[in-house]
Ligand binder design. Sequence first.
Ligand code: SF4
Length: 150
Amino acid sequence: MAQSSIEWTEMTWNPTTGCDKISDGCKFCYAEIMSKRLQAMGIEKYKDNFEVRTHEESLNIPYTWKNSKVVFVNSMSDLFHKNVPLEFIKKVFKVMNENPQHVFQVLTKRSERLLELHSEFKWTHNIWMGVSVENNKVISRIEDLRWGFR
Ligand code: SF4
């Protein structure tokens, strides 16, 4: 968890790290560049650089924040990456469900998996789900999001 310089959020929380490129919007991936830097700095969480990893030890972090926060979930990964097990995603949702005082912003480029799995989760009001759409080639992500929440 860290203060964020991203203008539309306050904090970042990374229960998973790592990803791989899926579309044009990944070309200048910030998370990939940062992972390499953090690995070079010897940060344990990034020892495997940009490989997808889950971090059980990060799950309790939102319970420790005293004031309500607006939180970007997984600035260093994609929660719906195929290598993040469903059981782990459920744990992330449990944390979000149990912390209604915080707003959790989840963004994905894996909208198909979001659509496939969305009924597995409890969508409390404090979860803001979005998809990244960088160009017309991936506009179907919006449809996936709409279908999931009709
Ligand atoms: S989906 Fe996001 S985190 Fe993953 S490679 Fe693309 S831009 Fe980076």
